[in-house]
Design a binder for this molecule. Structure first.
Ligand code: PLP
Length: 393
């Protein structure tokens, strides 16, 4: 037998990819499947961004770049953060990453080890817990509750911090709930963190453009008292419909930048050069398409919420951000994962069971409304028919 490292048996997964594989398999068998499972925009990457990548390759940008990314792109990220949030960031704190995920991977590696606590949102993006367990640190779930609009509670979060806590992971707007934590709650948390100078914060703001109903996104880098221990995770995947390009960025404070740079050199050398030029065009070019996509998500959000609330046994709070709805299905009598599976197999609608995002996800399912309004309406009709005719398993 090969003697491998036990930690690898502790790595988890993202079940959204398994659901996508099953949905694709069923579709290949000729079934009509509506996919509200995977969290990626259904729009094409805007043309001017694609053209910038093509041009970069034609212009000979096909070699390695600096491990931290090309300077103009790092400058563009800094300018974008200033323009949107009045946050001053030096391009030398910005690192271009191969997507959003690698920033959580590296941050959790930097702090996680046995004896250490890492706080993460539950329900939340499944990779947080997976990576915490990989490092041997203790995963401490921060409950994300429907009654708080699926934002985190500062008080509850602060109560979970102990002298063993090294990293606190925050995500707003949030996956899987669409929750946006109000600024007042963020500020309470930041004030409370002053008592815990050894706790670093990883703020996953990948959905920062997608906020609705007049909400404003609060960038964690805005707070000087925690600025020197806040890591920002962001990227192009969701905002510019670029999930497959694998392009993201991190802002690393202090010596973490050097750690991350060395990890990048050891791991991926640099991000795909043409993708970096595409990212530059995305940030410096017209933003109309972003506004158009967000407005369209907003329209669909209303359709989804209204449709879900009309289903028997289902209630859905209006999500304020991202492109997910997280309806409460407790009164249907179904367990969430059984319902998700039956909806896919029997009704041809792919959704994700809440427990795939943490134990507190039981009683909920996640629908991504990154699909056409027509498909959303068809999916809701199928769910309605299913819930009226099929008894809970
Ligand atoms: N963070 C959150 C909260 C996400 O939902 C996702 C993707 O679904 C990511 C990070 C990862 O983004 P990327 O595809 O750029 O790695």
């Amino acid at each position: 037998m090969l003697k491998t490292i036990a930690a690898f048996d502790r790595i988890g997964e993202e079940n959204a990819f398994a659901v996508l594989a099953r949905a694709t398999e069923l579709a290949a068998q000729g079934r009509d499947i509506i996919n509200l499972g995977i969290g990626q925009p259904d729009f094409r990457t805007p043309d001017h961004i694609v053209e910038a990548a093509v041009k970069a390759l034609r212009d000979g940008h096909h070699g390695y770049t600096p491990a931290v990314g090309i300077r103009p792109l790092r400058e563009a990220v800094a300018a974008d953060l200033y323009r949107r949030f009045k946050v001053s960031v030096s391009p030398d704190e910005v690192m271009i990453m191969p997507g959003g995920k690698p920033t959580m991977f590296m941050s959790i590696l930097m702090f996680g080890r046995p004896g250490v606590d890492i706080l993460y949102p539950d329900p939340g993006f499944p990779i947080y817990r997976s990576m915490i367990e990989f490092t041997g640190a203790r995963p401490v779930p921060v409950p994300i509750r429907e009654e708080n609009g699926f934002g985190f509670s500062a008080e509850e979060t602060l109560r979970l911090i102990t002298p063993q806590t090294r990293l606190l992971i925050l995500n707003s707007p949030a996956n899987p709930t669409g929750g946006v934590t109000p600024q007042s709650e963020v500020e309470k948390l930041v004030a409370g963190l002053e008592r815990w100078p050894d706790v670093a914060v990883l703020s996953d703001e990948i959905y920062d453009h997608m906020v609705y109903d007049g909400e404003t996104h609060v960038c964690l880098l805005s707070y000087p008292s925690i600025r020197d221990r806040t890591i920002l995770l962001n990227g192009w995947s969701k905002t510019y419909a670029m999930t497959g390009w694998r392009l993201g960025y991190a802002v690393w404070p202090g010596k973490l930048y050097e750690y991350a740079r060395k990890l990048a050199v050891n791991l991926h050398s640099c991000v795909n050069a043409a993708a970096q030029y595409a990212g530059l065009a995305a940030l410096t070019g017209p933003q109309d398409e972003v506004h158009r996509m967000v407005a369209e998500f907003d329209r669909r959000r209303r359709v989804v919420v209204e449709g879900l609330n009309a289903l028997p046994g289902v209630t859905c709070a209006t999500p304020k951000g991202a492109f997910y709805a997280f309806p409460n299905i407790k009164r249907t009598g179904w367990k969430a994962k059984a319902l998700a599976s039956a909806l896919l197999e029997e009704a041809g609608v792919a959704v994700i069971g809440g427990p795939d995002f943490g134990v507190l996800g039981e009683g909920y399912i996640r629908l991504s409304y990154a699909n056409s309004t027509e498909n959303i309406r068809r999916a809701l009709a199928r769910m309605g028919e299913f819930l009226t005719t099929r008894k809970a398993a």
